[in-house]
Design a protein around this ligand. Structure first.
Ligand code: 5GP
Ligand code: ZN
Length: 116
């Protein structure tokens, strides 16, 4: 259920503006407000799910669609061959700041490993 306290629910509903790059019945993708690479999009399910720990079997198709959408966005922007990174942060040690699951899709520069 949408939460009026959740930033990404408010972006999904259009209450808060964002540059949306894709949307369908289950997913919305928009550019990160503070991009960490030339491409930095966030892919979110329309359903409010706070963290990866809250996913159930019923979400398997949505998560699969999120990952395939990340590949499609990267491909559209020309990064399929050069490469790109996808990241889900979960809870404090990973630096999760918005508690509505989101898949980061970053590309257009060489990424370091291990991540900071
Ligand atoms: P997290 O740290 O939770 O994995 O990532 C949250 C992301 O949301 C960050 O990369 C941050 O820049 C992005 N973000 C935070 N507030 C906004 C906003 O109002 N609009 C957009 N488009 N992105 C946001
Ligand atoms: Zn939400």
């Amino acid at each position: 259920m949408p939460s009026s306290d959740c930033l990404f629910c408010r972006i999904i509903s259009g209450e808060i503006p964002a540059t949306k790059v894709y949307e369908d019945d289950t997913l919305v993708a928009f550019n990160d407000i503070s991009p960490q690479a030339p491409m930095h999009a966030l892919i979110v399910p329309r359903e409010h799910v706070a963290t990866l720990n809250d996913l159930g079997e019923k979400h398997d198709a949505i998560v699969g669609a999120m990952i395939r959408r990340a590949a499609a966005i990267a491909s559209e922007r020309g990064y399929a061959v050069s490469g790109y990174r996808t990241v889900f942060n979960c809870n404090a040690d990973a630096g999760q700041a918005v508690f509505h699951i989101h898949l980061h899709v970053l590309g257009g520069r060489k990424m370091g490993w291990p991540p900071g």
